[in-house]
Ligand binder design. Structure first.
Ligand code: HEC
Length: 156
């Protein structure tokens, strides 16, 4: 019983920690990339992005990204004058987990990291399609040394 209580306590703490990370990722008070230190758009000037080998899901994501996201985020998620690069340290999974991508697409984003303005929601994408787009971005992050592994929660 004690063991059980201890385990469930640890589980509850882990849930809390995960919730805190999500909050931090989306503009919580101690967000190190919060409003006070917003990156200006000059930082975003299209970085060189290498496209490595893409999985089937990421290839599908690439097409969806190109139709729905690249006008602002760049063809290889390298940024444009309308939106930030997603192949960027800020958008690695520990700071912007997959859930923050799903929320961004479903609800849009209030400008908080950069000076580009708000991102409108992209309601035409189904959840499976958003996951394919996430695969594309995570595999680009991998190919460009932002991450060492695609998170196991990403269905690629
Ligand atoms: C009309 C321009 C525009 C389009 C289209 C667009 N975005 Fe964005 N997006 C932005 C801007 C601008 C930001 C940065 C907001 C900020 O943090 O200042 C952003 C931020 C994001 C973020 C970070 C969210 C967060 O929690 O900080 C993600 C993830 C994202 N976009 C994904 C996408 C995906 C995927 C698509 C296509 C389905 C897409 N965007 C289409 C402009 C756009």
């Amino acid at each position: 019983m004690t063991q059980f209580l201890r385990n469930s306590g640890i589980a509850a703490l882990m849930v809390l920690a995960a919730a805190a990370m999500l909050l931090a990722a989306c503009g919580g008070a101690d967000d190190q990339y919060g409003d006070d230190q917003a990156h200006d758009t000059d930082d975003a000037a299209s970085a060189e992005v290498t496209t490595g080998e893409l999985s089937e899901a990421a290839l599908a994501g690439e097409k969806l990204f190109s139709a729905n996201c690249s006008a602002c985020h760049g063809t290889t998620a390298n940024g444009t004058s309308q939106g930030p690069p997603l192949v960027h340290q800020i958008y690695e999974p520990s700071h912007h987990g997959n859930a923050s991508f799903v929320i961004a697409v479903a609800r849009g984003v209030r400008a908080h990291h950069w000076d580009f303005g708000n991102m409108p929601a992209v309601p035409s994408l189904e959840i499976e399609q958003i996951h394919q787009v996430i695969c594309y971005i995570r595999e680009l992050q991998l190919a460009n040394g932002i991450i060492d592994d695609v998170p196991t929660s990403t269905p690629c």
